[in-house]
Design a binder for this molecule. Structure first.
Ligand code: 4AD
Ligand code: MG
Length: 447
């Protein structure tokens, strides 16, 4: 008969159940045979006993191997190194002193894959951990982040689908940009030049005329020269676009989406947040309170009155200003109505106050900076052309985009969330690089 392996988490559950059934909670009374497999997380031994803390994707558990039960295999067991893959069968019982509260007394041991000396230890700096990222992923820190990230993307899909959105994909290779600045990666495309997409937006605007409510989670690329804790050159962009929506509705979606993600993470990932030593109570206000909505003008006023910082009207907010402003808030804040001239070409002027655009940024608390950028979209072709020209763009590159809004244009809008920025905030990470398995920045592109 083949052995039925179960996960470490299930093995502990089984032990708990059999303990409950035996009607006693005294130490050492939960009995049960289990077979588990995974990787050696830690090992230590004497000449009579070997302790292996075994790790699988679900948890860790201490296993004890007694030399007298393994005479023939002892030299193999004695030499086993961290990260070797092994199978262990034995009896599980509660053991308060063991790392996860349970212990397996091994009866059978199989070495599946030997390990070389694992080149990761406590003394490695961030650079070396980056070089060995392919191995560092196995750490409790990285695996906890990756589990939370999976909850986050799952919850994003769940949110949009529950609201009647279709998932819609756009090309990665594009003829031109949509966002300002020299942040496009060029790609040799046969004998032409193409770019890696910064946003799906211009294609999404075409598609809302067919599907009305759409979303996507896909890579976006930005040739960011900056080395900050919040910029990647390749990131997963969660974008949505809706027909007939105005700015308030867009912000409602953004707020509800973030709250949905937070509630899923708090429901599923408290053990991981604890491994990360993330004080998850700091996330609770964002679940309960409404996110404030303030205009750019109000932000300038508040910066001046509370923090003695004066920003000339018309200048974009710098990181330091955003952070100072956010110091007074424990939830994300929508900052709306930025000066039109410094905004991307597609953000429409406000009719009542033509100096500003109908747009928002959602700023995160705890110095996380911009999490989301969104806006209504301009459907006035003359305005669009004027803005593009002012930014030095060639109008012929945007012909299809003008065409899109020439057949039954409707009010519409959307937003883009930096998925890693959300993961970074939820996990409370120092740097955005840890919010993705294999980060890409100006200086980090291997492995
Ligand atoms: O503010 P951005 O540039 O807006 C757009 O691209 C719009 N077209 C989105 C839309 O309306 N569909 O980018 C949106 C979000 C930012 O708020 C930020 O969270 C994230 O994308 N982002 C980055 N994340 C990581 N690394 C970078 N270099 C990022 N640049 C933007
Ligand atoms: Mg932005």
């Amino acid at each position: 008969m083949t052995t039925k392996f179960i996960s470490i988490q299930d093995a502990m559950k089984k032990a708990r159940l059999s303990q409950a059934q035996s009607g006693s909670s005294k130490l050492g009374q939960a009995k049960g045979e289990v077979a588990v497999r995974g990787w050696v997380y830690r090992e230590r031994g004497s000449n009579v006993l070997k302790f292996i803390v075994l790790r699988d994707s679900t948890n860790i558990i201490q296993c004890v191997l007694d030399k007298k039960d393994f005479e023939k295999q002892w030299s193999e067991i004695d030499k086993v190194q961290v990260e070797a893959s092994v199978e262990i069968e034995g009896e599980i019982k509660e053991e308060k002193r063991a790392p996860s509260g349970y212990e397996i007394h091994a009866k059978k041991f199989t070495l599946v894959g030997e390990s070389n000396e694992f080149p990761i230890n406590k003394d490695l700096n961030e650079e070396l951990l980056g070089d060995r990222r392919h191995l560092w992923l196995r750490s409790r820190k990285m695996s906890s982040i990756l589990k939370i990230r999976s909850t986050v993307t799952g919850a994003l899909h769940e949110y949009f689908r529950s609201k009647g959105f279709y998932e819609f994909q756009s090309p990665v290779l594009v003829p031109g940009g949509a966002e300002d600045g020299p942040t496009m990666f060029e790609v040799k495309y046969f004998n032409k030049k193409m770019f890696l997409t910064q946003t799906w937006q211009l294609y999404a605007e075409a598609a809302i005329y067919a599907l009305e409510k759409i979303y996507c989670i896909a890579p976006s690329f930005r040739a960011e020269q900056s080395k900050t804790s919040r910029h990647l050159t390749e990131y997963w962009h969660t974008e949505m676009e809706v027909a007939w929506a105005d700015l308030d509705e867009l912000m409602n979606y953004a707020e509800e989406m973030v709250k949905h993600v937070l509630s899923r993470v708090l429901e599923k990932n408290k053990p991981e947040l604890e491994i990360l030593e993330r004080d998850w109570k700091k996330l609770e206000p964002s679940l309960k309170k409404k996110f404030p909505r303030v205009t750019y003008d109000e932000v300038l006023k508040e910066l001046k009155s509370k923090h003695k910082m004066s920003v000339p009207w018309g200048k974009d907010l710098r990181t330091i200003e955003e952070e100072k402003f956010m110091d007074s808030y424990d939830t994300p804040v929508f900052c709306t109505m930025y000066p039109k001239e410094i905004m991307a070409f597609y953000k429409p002027r406000d009719k009542k106050n033509p100096k500003v655009a109908r747009c928002f940024d959602m700023l995160g608390p705890e110095s996380m900076g911009e999490l989301i950028g969104g806006s209504e979209r301009d459907t006035d072709l003359e305005e669009l052309k004027k803005s593009l020209k002012a930014k030095g763009e060639k109008l012929e590159d945007y012909q299809y985009y003008f065409d899109v809004h020439s057949y039954g244009a409707v009010p519409h809008g959307g937003f883009g969330l930096g998925t890693e920025r959300l993961v970074r905030w939820i996990c409370g990470l120092e740097t955005i690089k840890d919010a993705i398995a294999f980060p890409r920045t100006m200086t980090r592109y291997y492995p």
